[in-house]
Ligand binder design. Structure first.
Ligand code: PLP
Ligand code: COI
Length: 427
């Protein structure tokens, strides 16, 4: 028998799946990042090549104490979502863009690039397996978390030789408790998120670890989130927490969206950011990428030129900014309320993601499933007019020999609970 290609994902899912009732209970009011599904995909990199992947039960992993991720921090991740459509089918939104950004983060961290095709296939295979975990309640989705860590046990400071790619999934509701309410932000002058030549453009774990003390300071100032300014001149607005930021101006009665430009390499090139710039242009609005100073922000609010400000990202989609605080004072944005531009864009983006309106840019990737009469997922025809390549994940029968399909006796998926906070920081 011929060898299976290395891109194959062997399927050995849990042999002790949760009952529908148990799953339903765990999916009830899931919050963000607290509940995990029953299986995950792992792909190891060893001997200079990516190995065959494995769909296996979600479970703790073991690491050599000398694994370089624990010492020198080679760790990157991504985040995207799978959405339930009205017909019961499931789609992901621009997963190819996440796959490319994952590869670009890997390059910055001297890690091997996982080919885009393998990233996409891992996603389709896992979503097909976990199809019953994709919520259908409004505002909910299945958040997909791919990551890569350096696993080689070696203390020399150099790129590791061995890596582990993991992909797991988490049913998710609103990112901030309280849903889509305007947040209060603190402009951080004491800490920076990223500097030119650094890792700001990569989804590198260390960026997030380094942000926590500033986030804590923002909370100490009575704010929900931190706003980052540039490291060199300390005057240009960059991002809000783990989200990109937009300002809404008006010209000739039409909104003009302005967002900090990416040129300094210090911002994460958000996929939501890119999508909103495109949607604004589709709507005949202005969409500008340029530098915005903190001074301009305050002056444009005072003069009434700036109508709204909001942040955007996969997890929270669009979060309006209602109040801005800094050492120089407090400003209100749109009377502290959600503005019409933020509302319109949020609704439009969610409508595209849930297949309720046309998808003119081909952003929605069908994971080949609709529900049949018994509520099971099955293969669906590709939507008309869509010429994009479709991985066959969903209904493909496993090509792993029956004997090899037995799952190892490992822990079943477990739900995790963290303390809830009344403040509007991520759950
Ligand atoms: N900026 C940072 C630092 C982020 O972590 C994220 C989230 O991924 C974003 C922006 C938004 O990116 P995206 O829209 O691709 O989720
Ligand atoms: C986002 O998706 O918007 C994020 O910032 C992800 C976050 C949980 C790190």
């Amino acid at each position: 028998m011929s060898e299976l290609p290395p891109s194959t994902i062997d399927r050995r899912p849990t042999t002790t799946p949760l009952s529908a009732e148990e799953r339903k209970q765990r999916m009830d009011n899931p919050g963000f990042g607290r509940v995990f599904t029953e299986n995950m995909v792992s792909i190891r990199y060893a001997d200079g090549a990516w190995q065959r992947g494995l769909l296996e039960p979600y479970a703790p992993i073991t690491l050599d104490p000398a694994a370089s991720v624990l010492h020198y921090g080679q760790a990157i991740f991504e985040g995207f979502k799978a959405y339930r459509l009205a017909d019961g089918g499931i789609v992901t939104f621009r997963p190819d863009a996440n796959a490319r950004r994952f590869a670009s983060s890997a390059r910055r961290l001297a890690m091997p690039e996982l080919p885009v095709e393998r990233f996409l296939k891992a996603a389709d295979v896992l979503i097909a397996q976990e199809r019953d975990w994709v919520p259908s309640k409004p505002g909910e989705s299945l958040y997909m978390r791919p990551l890569m860590i350096a696993t080689e046990g070696a203390l020399g400071v150099r790129p590791a030789k061995d890596y582990l790619f993991l992909l797991f999934a988490s049913p998710a509701g609103a990112y901030f408790p309280g849903g889509v309410k305007p947040v209060t932000v603190w402009i951080s002058e004491d800490y920076v998120r990223a500097a030119p030549g650094g890792t700001g453009m990569a989804k590198f774990a260390g960026n997030y670890g380094a942000s926590l003390v500033a986030q804590r300071q923002a909370q100490g100032e009575g704010c929900d989130q931190v706003v980052w300014i540039d490291a060199c001149e300390r005057k240009y607005v960059e991002e809000m927490g783990g989200m990109n930021i937009f300002f809404v101006f008006e010209e000739n009665g039409k909104p003009v969206l302005v967002t900090p430009e990416l040129s300094s390499g210090t911002l994460l090139p958000g996929i939501t950011r890119d999508s909103l710039l495109t949607l604004a242009r589709d709507l005949g609005w202005g969409a500008v990428e340029r530098k915005v100073t903190v001074d301009e922000w305050g002056e444009a609010l005072a003069s009434g030129k700036m109508k709204e400000a909001f942040a955007c990202g996969t997890a929270a989609v669009i979060t309006p900014i209602g109040t801005v605080k800094s050492k120089r004072g407090t400003w209100s944005v749109h009377g502290g309320e959600t503005g019409p531009v933020a509302s319109k864009l949020r609704e439009l983006l969610l409508d595209i993601q849930h297949g309720r309106v046309a998808d003119p840019h081909g952003w929605v990737h069908r994971v080949v499933l609709v529900r049949d009469a018994r509520g099971r997922g099955r293969a669906a025809p590709r939507p008309a007019g869509r010429a994009r390549r479709r991985p066959r994940a969903a209904a493909a029968p496993s090509r792993v020999p029956r004997a090899a399909r037995r799952a190892p006796a490992r822990a079943r998926a477990a739900s995790r609970t963290t303390a809830r906070s009344p403040r509007r920081r991520p759950r």
